[in-house]
Design a protein around this ligand. Structure first.
Ligand code: CP
Ligand code: NVA
Length: 309
């Protein structure tokens, strides 16, 4: 049996593969808008969805995607599985491979997800870890391409303001593959993982760290951020609210960006903290399209990674 193709980081796929996925997602979106929801790529086949963290968008969009491709989703809270009672990952993974055609997983430690994939004979898709959130940034890139045109993925300056979390790290990896300029402004001590940043800068000299949000936003065509305290960091919330003062995306920051700039946020958001209500609800905000686009890119991804029978 050939080795399965996984999607754990942007580096698992080539620029050409990622570009084709975005184009395919746009075509699937247009078909669905015309009333054609059903496809039979997964005809009757099960896909497991494993979660050890909360989710709204990922859970619903993947379940819709699997169903619309003719398959069915089996959703498991990892806390209810034998994995969290100490079953070796190598056992869980091989057993899953005997039942399902793919595994979608949201988990804390990415190293465990990588280990799961190593033992899996079916594709494993990263639905968020402490380190990355590639399905989200794939949807974000479709949104940028819709709003600013496909060439924006090579050229449009993107700015990241706030926490150097899993989302920021994934934007870095996307910039490394696609080549667009990316400027980050993060408070001291909150830059993304040093190795991910180093590799992104080595691959794309247009990746820059700025000393202030206004500097990062200057002339940007995409402005994006995320919550100050990601899942798992709730206990640091009070400290982070202080440390992130001055790192809010507000009308002043949007005014520094290029005319027609787009605001993105993966959601869930905390309006009034990392972004103002005014910006989220403004015409520049593409957050609802961005959430919708998760469905379309994930359909394209499932179609691509899980071979037809
Ligand atoms: N953006 C995103 O992944 O949302 P959920 O946590 O609701 O899945
Ligand atoms: N950085 C956020 C993303 C949520 C979709 C978190 O990890 O909680």
């Amino acid at each position: 049996m050939p080795e399965p193709k996984h999607f754990i980081t942007f580096r698992d796929l080539s620029l050409q593969e990622l570009g084709s996925l975005i184009a395919r997602a746009a075509a699937l979106k247009a078909e669905r808008a015309a009333g054609n929801f059903r496809r039979d790529h997964l005809a009757g086949r099960p896909v497991a969805m494993l979660f050890s963290k909360n989710s709204t968008r990922t859970r619903v969009s993947f379940e819709c995607a699997i169903n619309e491709l003719g398959g069915h989703a089996i959703v498991i809270n990892l806390g209810d599985s034998q994995w969290t009672r100490g079953e070796p990952l190598s056992h869980t993974s091989r057993v899953m491979s005997r039942y399902v055609s793919g595994v979608v997983i949201r988990h804390t430690k990415e190293a465990e997800l990588v280990e799961l994939a190593r033992w899996s004979s079916v594709p494993v898709i990263n639905a968020l870890t402490d380190e990355r959130h590639p399905c989200q940034v794939l949807g974000d890139l479709l949104t940028v391409s819709e709003r600013l045109g496909p060439e924006a993925l090579r050229e449009a300056p993107v700015c990241w303001i706030g926490d150097g979390c899993n989302m920021a790290a994934t934007w870095l990896e996307a910039a490394a593959v696609f080549g667009f300029p990316l400027r980050l402004a993060c408070p001291e001590g909150y830059l993304p993982d040093a190795e991910i940043l180093r590799r992104a800068q080595a691959d794309n000299p247009r990746v820059k760290v700025c000393s202030a949000p206004a500097e990062a936003a200057e002339g940007a065509r995409v402005v994006t951020t995320d919550v100050f305290a990601s899942m798992g960091f709730e206990a640091e919330r009070d400290k982070r609210l202080k440390d992130f003062r001055g790192y809010q995306v507000n009308a002043g920051i949007m005014a520094k960006a290029a005319p027609g700039a787009v605001f993105l946020h993966c959601l869930p958001a905390h309006p009034g903290e990392e972004v103002t209500e005014e910006v989220i609800e403004s015409p520049a905000s593409a957050v609802w399209d961005e959430a919708e686009n998760r469905l379309h890119v994930q359909k394209a991804l499932l179609e691509y990674l899980i071979p037809a029978l």
